[in-house]
Design a protein around this ligand. Structure first.
Ligand code: SF4
Length: 451
C-alpha cells in the first residue's frame, strides 16, 4: 500500500473535521439568554493582563465566489459608516463594564475587507478602540489587506495608528484561477501594495494562499509560489479551499467540475509546501510557513505556538475581545459570539445590550480536550506529562482515546508514557487525529474536508 493509499484509508480524503481554531468549535455554541456571562467575564478581567482585540468589518466591494467569510457587498460607504457608529456604541458598552486599566496587547482587523475604510474612518475606529482599551507597550496591530481595495493614504492612516503587521489576501495569481473564483487581482497590483506597505515601515507581512481552487494545477500553483517568493513575505498561510456551498451560497458560482480531485488537491498542497520549505521557510503546524526568526517560527520552536480564530499565532494574551457582527470573544470562562447578522448585531447594540447571542461555558473537560487538540495542531505532539501536571487525574480520561489513536494510526504515530507524537508522514491527517479528542460533535454540521 502506498503512503497515499494509507492516508486515504485513514480518511484523509473523506473526513470532514473542524480546523480547530477554537475548542469547542463555534457550531457547538448554544444560544444565550441575556448578557450576564459576557458582562461578568468582561468585568472580571485582570488589568495586569493585556487582552487581544478583534474587530470584524463585514463589508466588501466585491464578493469573491470562493469565500465563506461573513461579509456583505456594498458599493457605497454609507452602511460602513453606520456600522462604524454601532462599533463605537459597542465599545461604549464594553467600557462601562471593563475594569480600569485593561490594556491591549494585540489588535486585529479582519473581515470582510477592513481596507474598505477610508483614512478618516480608520482613524475614527482606531481612536475609539484605543480610548477604551489603550495599547500596552510593544503592542501589535495587524490588518487584513485587500490589495485591490487599498491605497497609500489608507496604508499611511493604518501605519499612523500603529499597524505593524499586514496580512495580504492573494489566493492564487493565475488569471484563469482568479476568474474561476470571481477574484481578479493582478500580480502587479499586489506587488505595488507590498512595496507601499514596506515603504510605510510595515515590517511583517503575511501572504494568504489557497490550494484546491478550480483550474489549479501543479504548474499554476508553482508559478504562484514563484511570484509569492518574489514578494518575500515573512509568513505564508496555505489554506485548503473549503467547498461548502451549503454554508456559503456564493460558492454555488464555482464550477465544481473544474475543482481538482482528491489526489490532485493533495499534490498541490504538498508541492506548494515543499517549495516554501526549499526556499527556507519553516513549516508551522498544518498549513503555515514562516521565515526563521519570525515570531511564529520562534513560537513554534519554543513550544509557544497557539491556535486562535486567525489560525496559528504567537499571541500570549489569554483573553480575546471580539467586536462587531459575528465576532467571537474568548475568556478564561468560555466563549461568546456576537449576533452573526449585521442587522441583528446593530439591533442589540442600539437597544443598549452587549451583542453576544451564543456561547459556551468551558468545563474542566473542555479545557483538557481543547489543550490536547491544540498541542496536536500546533506541535504534532500531545505532551502527556504537561497534561498530567496541569489537569491531574482528569488527564487520564484521554487515555482510552490515545490508545485507540495508536491502534488506528499505527505507524504514523509513536506513543510513550510522556507523549503521543504524530510523525512527519502523519502530518496530513493531524486534524483527523486531533478530532479523536473532540467530545462535542454537533448534529447536522458539515465541516470542510481534512485536506
Ligand atoms: S475574499 Fe476578501 S474581498 Fe473576497 S469576499 Fe471574502 S472577505 Fe470579501
Amino acid at each position: 500500500m502506498t503512503q497515499i493509499d494509507r492516508l486515504r484509508a485513514l480518511g484523509l480524503f473523506d473526513s470532514r473535521v473542524p480546523r480547530y481554531t477554537s475548542y469547542p468549535t463555534a457550531p457547538v455554541f448554544t444560544p444565550q439568554s441575556g448578557t450576564g456571562f459576557q458582562t461578568q467575564a468582561l468585568a472580571a478581567l485582570d488589568p495586569a493582563e493585556p487582552v487581544s482585540v478583534y474587530i470584524h468589518i463585514p463589508f466588501c466591494e466585491r464578493l469573491c465566489w470562493f469565500c465563506a467569510c461573513r461579509t456583505q457587498g456594498t458599493q457605497t460607504l454609507s452602511p460602513v459608516e453606520s456600522y462604524l457608529g454601532t462599533l463605537e456604541r459597542e465599545l461604549d458598552l464594553v467600557r462601562r463594564v471593563l475594569p480600569d486599566g485593561v490594556r491591549m496587547g494585540r489588535m486585529h482587523w479582519g473581515g470582510g475587507t477592513p481596507t474598505i475604510l477610508p483614512p478618516e474612518m480608520i482613524h475614527r475606529l482606531a481612536g475609539a478602540v484605543k480610548a477604551v482599551i489603550p495599547p500596552a507597550d510593544g503592542w501589535e496591530f495587524s490588518v487584513e489587506i485587500d490589495p485591490t481595495m487599498v491605497d497609500r493614504a489608507k496604508i499611511a492612516a493604518l501605519a499612523g495608528e500603529g499597524m505593524n503587521r499586514a496580512s495580504i489576501g492573494i489566493q492564487d495569481f493565475d488569471p484563469l484561477v482568479q476568474a474561476a473564483i470571481g477574484r481578479i487581482q493582478p500580480y502587479d497590483v499586489t506587488r505595488d501594495c507590498v512595496e507601499d506597505l514596506r515603504d510605510a515601515g510595515i515590517a511583517s507581512l503575511n501572504a494568504d494562499l489557497v490550494y484546491g481552487l478550480p483550474h489549479q494545477d501543479e504548474a499554476r500553483i508553482s508559478a504562484t509560489v514563484d511570484q509569492v517568493l518574489r514578494l518575500a513575505p515573512d509568513r505564508v498561510a496555505l489554506f485548503g479551499y473549503a467547498h461548502v456551498p451549503w454554508v456559503s451560497k456564493r460558492q454555488k458560482l464555482i464550477d465544481e467540475a473544474a475543482l481538482p480531485g482528491d489526489m490532485a488537491r493533495y499534490r498541490l498542497s504538498e508541492l506548494a509546501a515543499t517549495r516554501f520549505r526549499d526556499a527556507g521557510y519553516a513549516a508551522i503546524g498544518i498549513d503555515h510557513f514562516a521565515r526563521p526568526g519570525d515570531g511564529l517560527e520562534r513560537a513554534a520552536r519554543s513550544g509557544r505556538l497557539r491556535r486562535n480564530f486567525q489560525g496559528y499565532t504567537d499571541d500570549t494574551c489569554g483573553t480575546l475581545i471580539g467586536l462587531g457582527a459575528s465576532s467571537i470573544s474568548r475568556f478564561a470562562e468560555g466563549y461568546v459570539q456576537n449576533a452573526p447578522a449585521t442587522a441583528a448585531y446593530a439591533q442589540r447594540i442600539e437597544a443598549g445590550q452587549l451583542a453576544g447571542t451564543k456561547g459556551h461555558v468551558m468545563s474542566a473537560d473542555d479545557r483538557l480536550r481543547g489543550r490536547a487538540i491544540e498541542m496536536l495542531m500546533c506541535d504534532f505532539r500531545l505532551d502527556r506529562r504537561e497534561l498530567r501536571a496541569r489537569f491531574g487525574s482528569l488527564s487520564a480520561t484521554l487515555d482510552p482515546t490515545t490508545a485507540l489513536i495508536e491502534e488506528r494510526f499505527g505507524d504514523l504515530v509513536t506513543l510513550t508514557d510522556d507523549a503521543l507524537t504524530i510523525l512527519r508522514d502523519g502530518h496530513a491527517v493531524a486534524r483527523i487525529i486531533a478530532s479523536s479528542y473532540d467530545a462535542h460533535v454537533p448534529e447536522g454540521v458539515r465541516y470542510s474536508r481534512a485536506t
